[in-house]
Design a protein around this ligand. Structure first.
Ligand code: GMT
Length: 420
């Protein structure tokens, strides 16, 4: 067994070692020393290249880190939506799962592990940050084991995003691997206190979990003047409500329509339904059944969500489960108060009676009452708008990014290399 320990001794990094045979291990030490003096790291990011949620957080985090001088390597099966332009310090490596008639399911995990090994070796990455535990944390563990046989120790940080713990991870089909790979990560973060608590409750976790909240980029998400949109969508000055999601069951999208029906009966209003997913057809049918189609617009996936939020008065998020609720934060950054459920981490974002209102999932009548209350009281609405913005500022990317950087450094510093 070879043990290598990097210790911080009054600002100097020393190696405590037994059997330290190769030059490659020495170069690891030199590299760590460089990092701590320059503070610039070479970071691999693995994520789903999706339109919302964890994919957006991972991409925005990588872009933010690159702006601060770090070299960021995205490793995904498709180019993330927000990586469409050239960015200095940003690199993209596609995971290629070759099709072969034998495979009923493409072996994504194997292809991803091989790509990670390849990128880490050739780009000399300092650490790997994987977003969404399934299967990324387990794949990272395998890549790390392969790299160890080549004398390269790769610290792995796993960020838990929500459904990887509460809906899917909790499922017996995945639980053992999720628990093992969380315990084997060098660092683990959760996007809310609630998600951390859920993880500790649902799994036997032997390590600490750091809460690092989702964040918002105010360069992009802020209220701008889009009166020309407002005139098109609400020509008679109606109030505008909005919902954004991936239209999955967990979002309770039909509740949005039931809430809007009650609001619409009492307050002249329009509803924007932004996004797409499996529940969209049912939801459109419900609008027809309730006779409110003329005042509900289904916009599908939109890139410039902030331009739509800029004209909204209320955001509706009645989710069954939500680890954080990034879409609610985006609305609040654009000064839009939120009517949401109180599930998961939502109460950490949307403060009841301050930035909006929260109710138990399914309490449609109560949510509708809160919405009407706010829309009918101009002063209260103005106050809640200001409160929403102030609360969103707590999650400014400028505050959250340094938290990630500090955590990366802590994980690197604590690196105790064990070769077994
Ligand atoms: O909400 C979704 O279904 C997408 C999901 C994901 O994994 O991409 O979002 C989760 O991660 C987001 C970013 O951390 C959180 O803001 C969402 O609350 C969380 N969704 C759920 O927990 C249902």
């Amino acid at each position: 067994m070879i043990r290598v320990k990097v210790v911080n001794a009054g600002g100097y990094f020393l190696l405590l070692l037994s059997d330290f045979p190769t030059l490659s291990r020495f170069s690891l030490f030199i590299r760590r020393f460089e990092i701590f003096s320059s503070r610039n790291m070479k970071i691999g990011i693995v994520c789903y290249p999706t339109y919302g949620g964890s994919g957006v957080v991972a991409t925005e985090l990588g872009l933010g880190l690159a702006r601060k001088g770090h070299e960021v390597h995205f490793i995904t099966y498709r180019r993330p939506v927000r990586l469409a332009h050239f960015h200095e310090n940003v690199f993209y490596h596609e995971v290629d799962t070759d099709d072969y008639p034998l495979f009923e399911y493409p072996p994504y995990d194997t292809a991803l592990a091989s790509t990670i090994v390849d990128v880490v070796q050739y780009q000399n990455l300092d650490l790997l940050h994987v977003h969404y535990a399934i299967p990324h944390a387990a794949v990272a563990y395998m890549a790390k084991k392969i790299l160890l046989t080549q004398g390269h120790y790769l610290p792995v940080i796993t960020t838990l995003h929500g459904t990887d713990i509460t809906l899917v991870g909790n499922n017996r089909a995945f639980a053992a691997v999720v628990e093992f790979s969380i315990n084997k990560s060098d660092g683990v973060t959760a996007v809310s206190q609630n998600l951390k608590d859920d993880t500790l409750r649902l799994f036997n976790i032997q390590r600490d979990i750091e809460v690092i909240y989702n964040f918002i980029d105010f360069e992009r998400f802020r209220k701008t003047n889009k009166d020309h949109f407002k005139k098109i969508i609400a020509p008679d000055g109606e109030h505008i409500l909005a919902h954004t999601s991936n239209f999955r069951k967990v979002k309770r999208v039909e509740d949005v329509i039931y809430i809007f029906k009650q609001v619409h009966d009492q307050v002249p209003s329009k509803l924007l339904m932004i996004g797409d997913g499996p529940e969209r057809q049912n939801t459109e049918r419900l609008c027809r059944d309730l006779g409110i189609c003329d005042d509900v617009r289904f916009l599908g996936k939109q890139d410039a969500i902030e331009e739509l939020l800029a004209i909204c008065d209320l955001f509706i998020m009645p989710s069954e489960s939500e680890s954080f609720g990034l879409a609610a934060l985006e609305a609040m950054a654009c000064e839009v108060p939120v009517i949401s459920s109180d599930s998961g981490g939502l109460p950490e974002v949307n403060i009841h009676g301050v930035t909006g209102f929260t109710s138990q999932p399914g309490k449609v009548d109560e949510m509708a009452r809160y919405a009407v209350l706010l829309l009918q009281d101009k002063d209260m609405l103005a106050q809640f708008r200001a409160n929403a913005l102030a609360q969103a500022q707590r999650f400014d990317i400028e505050n959250i990014l340094p938290h990630y950087e500090a955590y990366y450094e802590e994980v690197l510093r604590k690196s105790v290399v064990k070769v077994e």
